[in-house]
Design a protein around this ligand. Structure first.
Ligand code: F6R
Length: 605
């Protein structure tokens, strides 16, 4: 979704801002814009289209400005167009704003301002912000005017503001939308996402909701929600800059698929170092866990599939009922959670609006909330009572791959840990689970060494209009994830079904060469899924089977994957599905990393 970059320092701002915007392209956007000070006047360049287009517009722009704000817009209010692109000015041209998020009460504010003779030229919610600041500026200074305007805003926002009267200042504020400030001897770097400015610094201030910062020269003044001065500490971000480069791969998605042996190793980390399983920064007592009567796992999209994949581990090993829910549903259904609930929220970005909203509801109802995120200091980790990080490194491709397998790995480790504390698993089982976990990266490498067959399948089925993914038991959530990956990046319509459900309706759609991709790893249920595959073969389907078993040669394609512990199998069986989606998208000549209409981090409801 929208991205923000800003810079104040002793270097030229425009190259830093453009570089930052291009690092944010992965988030998904439709317009881009920049504002700097040229000859002490605010100068704006913006248009719909890619950052490259903005770069071309700025090519003959001889700028010496060492202050600026920049934005990539993902349209919410008003179609993608030059006038709707950010930055936006107030009526007098004094205040210039870029904004991520949504102002929910913008219509009321707009009416109020129009009654006070303000005029509007765009369809955006954002345009009310510079005008409201202007309204308060009549009686206040720049900082106070921004503070007072923000007090009137409802919704989510991360904003940067320039003021004609303060040519060396940027004021930034965040509420329910991420914003960080990286700091170095060369200046201060503002960004909605750390990767945008990671090449300049690893020292970051992570802003809390309603904090306001005055950035000028090499100085930073922090204020709390009452505009009282506060002090903040920086955090060192350990991400390696090469993690946000393609490093010889054609696309980030392929690179991230191939990084999985490493990311699984890093996520396992030292949690299994000694005889026991330990977690990075969480310790549960047996007494606490004995009082937990239900676990709820809440997330969106791929992260929700990770929850579904781990449900069986929690239920079988910890003997605690588990509900997995979509965050956008959970938050509005008056969920049945209380002080005896452990509520787990999974989010790669840690900024997904629905997941954060759901977490707040569970917290209000007294549940113990635990966040699993891939981004240090992300909003979800700050909202939750407890948090653990996956160690997948920055995920740039919109379609999640390495973060998903890291989430499934971490959830399984969490389940093993809870079962251990509750005394449900003995040392022998712990030892064997640990061995299986340690062997996972090598097994992933084996799958990644054999991509040829998957490339062949892609060439065969890439022109299909529809596809089905089937699985039973532990294989069903993997089918759901495979289906989501395929539709996201290849635009092929696909559905996932519990294999036994097919004949209750969907089988009506099967005809000649209809691709059916089945996952068959559950030893006990394998023969039943195989029978369901036979049923679609009889109706002309083209079948692709991902399996650990020795299955019938009647299928069009069989991809054999190594065996592991049943709970960990989803971490292996999803990999051929990620590759299949990737190669089909490539075969169709699509932009794998930036699929249409999608955004990496969904910070609006
Ligand atoms: C799909 C995908 C999305 C995300 C979902 C949640 O490939 O990436 O479905 O999983 O938008 O995002 P996070 O995990 O950042 O909360």
């Amino acid at each position: 979704m929208c991205g923000i970059v800003g810079y104040v320092g002793n270097k030229k701002a425009i190259p830093i801002l453009l570089e930052g915007l291009s690092k944010l392209e992965y988030r998904g956007y439709d317009s881009a814009g920049i504002a700097t000070f040229e000859n002490n006047k605010i100068s704006i360049t913006k248009d719909k289209g890619r950052v490259k287009h903005l770069q071309e517009l700025l090519e003959n722009h001889s700028s010496s400005s060492n202050i600026g704000i920049a934005h990539t817009r993902w349209a919410t209010h008003g179609k993608p167009s030059k006038v709707n692109s950010h930055p936006h000015l107030d009526n007098t041209g004094k205040f210039c704003v870029v904004h991520n998020g949504i102002i929910e009460n913008y219509a009321d504010i707009k009416k109020f301002l129009m009654d006070n003779e303000y005029k509007f030229i765009s369809d955006t919610d954002t345009e009310v912000i510079p005008n409201l600041i202007n309204y308060y500026y009549a009686q206040n200074n720049f900082l106070q005017a921004v503070y007072l305007a923000c007090k009137d805003l409802k919704g989510s926002y991360a904003i940067e503001v320039l003021c004609q009267d303060y040519p060396d200042h940027i004021i930034v504020v965040r509420k329910d939308s991420p914003l960080v400030i990286g700091t170095s001897n060369d200046g201060n770097y503002i960004a909605s996402d750390i990767p945008a400015v990671l090449s300049h610094t690893k020292n970051f201030y992570l802003l809390e909701d309603n904090e306001i910062v005055e950035v000028y020269g090499n100085k930073l003044n922090f204020f709390n929600k009452n505009l009282e001065p506060i002090s903040k500490k920086t955090e060192i971000i350990s991400w390696d800059e090469s993690a946000i480069e393609k490093n010889g791969f054609d696309d980030f998605m392929l690179k991230e698929i191939f990084e999985q042996p490493k990311t699984i190793r890093d996520t396992i980390g030292f949690k299994l170092d000694k005889d026991k399983i330990t977690l990075d920064n969480i310790e549960f007592s047996k007494e606490f866990l004995s009082n937990i009567s239900k676990i709820v796992i809440v997330a969106c999209g791929t992260a929700m599939h990770a929850g579904l994949s781990a449900k069986a581990t929690f239920e079988n090993l910890c003997r605690i009922p588990v509900e997995v829910d979509v965050a956008s549903e959970f938050r509005y259904k008056n969920p049945l959670v209380n002080k005896n609930t452990l509520a787990i929220f999974i989010s790669q970005s840690g900024e997904t609006a629905d997941t954060i909203g759901a977490l707040k509801i569970a917290k209000e109802k007294g549940a113990t909330t635990l966040a699993i995120s891939n981004v240090i200091g992300s909003s979800i980790t700050r909202e939750a009572d407890l948090f653990i990080y996956t160690h997948a490194g920055p995920e740039i491709a919109v379609a999640s791959t390495k973060a998903y397998t890291a989430q499934v790995t971490l959830l399984n480790i969490l389940a093993f840990y809870i079962a251990q504390v509750l005394g449900y698993i003995d040392n022998k089982l712990i030892k064997s689970l640990k061995e299986d976990l340690f062997e996972l990266p090598n097994k992933i490498e084996t799958i990644l060494e054999n991509t040829e067959e998957i490339i062949n399948i892609s060439k065969d089925i890439y022109s299909a209009k529809d596809a089905f993914f089937l699985g039973r038991g532990i294989d069903y959530p993997v089918a759901m994830e495979g289906s989501l990956k395929l539709k996201e990046i290849s635009y092929i319509h696909s559905e996932a079904y519990a294999a036994g459900e097919l004949k209750h309706g969907p089988i009506a759609l099967i005809n000649d060469d209809f691709p059916v991709i089945a996952i068959v790893t559950d030893e006990v249920l394998a023969s039943k899924t195989v029978s369901n595959i036979q049923e679609v073969i009889s109706r002309g389907a083209k079948t692709i089977v991902i399996t650990t078993e020795n299955v019938s040669k009647a299928f069009n394609y069989i991809i054999k994957i190594p065996k592991t512990n049943q709970y960990l199998t989803p971490i292996l069986s999803v990999i051929p599905l990620q590759l299949l989606a990737y190669y089909i998208s490539k075969e169709k000549g699509l932009d794998v990393d930036k699929p249409r209409n999608l955004a990496k981090s969904v910070t609006v409801e």
